[in-house]
Design a protein around this ligand. Sequence first.
Ligand code: GLA
Length: 356
Amino acid sequence: MGKSSDVQGLKDIFKGDFLIGVAMKTGFVMEGMPEVQPILEQHFNSLSPENGLKWVKVHPEQDRYDFEFGDKYVAMGEKLGAFTIGHCLVWHQQVPDWVFRDEAGEFLNKEALIERMEEHIEMVVGRYKGKIKGWDVVNEVFDDDGTWRKSSWYKIAGSDFIKAAFRKAHEIDPEAELYYNDYNVFLPTKRRAILDFLKEMKSEGIRIDGIGMQGHYLIDSPSIDKIEQGILDVNEAGFSVMFTELDVDVLPRPRQSEGADLNMNFSNSAKWDPYVDGLTSETEMKLALRYASLFSLFKKHRDKISRVTFWGINDGNTWLNNFPVKGRTNYPLLFDRDFKIKQEVFNEIKKASASE
Ligand code: GLA
């Protein structure tokens, strides 16, 4: 294995196919990290903010915005020449409770909530106008069975806040691409509900460019066929496809759930944490082959896919060390705990890039 700088980076391997992105941990942006910059330069031409632009971070109190992370993140993206993503304007998680309440602590009515949301979008999108090139405007408003998620957003404002959010984001930065982002888009019923609603939005003249299929996958599920059908249907409905939060969980799941329902939590035990001292070579190869089949699929549909973003740089810093079981040792990403590339995984992805 050569020094990492000797090898062609992922962004070059897939040049002309789709962008290769990575989610940035808040600490990497705020404090810098000597290992991170060369990895970014070599492999990635798009950045996403893992947590730093979520409502609770950027707008923690009604009269206080905190743009320290955002400013640094955007500067980092500019320096890299990256296609910089904003994530996410409206979501039911990581949003403070005050957003939904008036001064007396009572729930707002629909108009007041939408107004508050529009103000937030105006401030955040406005600040990074022309710099953040694409926004996850709305995240995860459908349940897996295709019904609306009964979040505070939905309970107060029905589905109307969604259209209002896209309209406002477009008004504030008409050049920015706008996306809907969700997990388990490979489930046909959920996907149908998403596509029906987004097509309706589009037919009303509301800008929406693409759909983020998050891509929090397990080592052996969902099947490539299910993911492929997702790509085909999203494309058929007239939206560009993005894999926005790709990672591959190698650990056993207490119950089958491929997505990112953060409410799941199980207490830790050795049964659920088998690789504390390192991944077996067998499982490492399985991981490499799983990534290979995913990237063969992406390559096959490169005309439909605009971006593939990994949800983090390295295993030491992945959310999957704490989900759905806290404090485990997981290995879902391309770089190990020492920020070294997993050569086997990289080689298999490279082979996949040559497939048709
Ligand atoms: C969802 C969100 C992400 C992130 C993951 C878990 O997928 O879109 O921002 O919070 O959950 O890390």
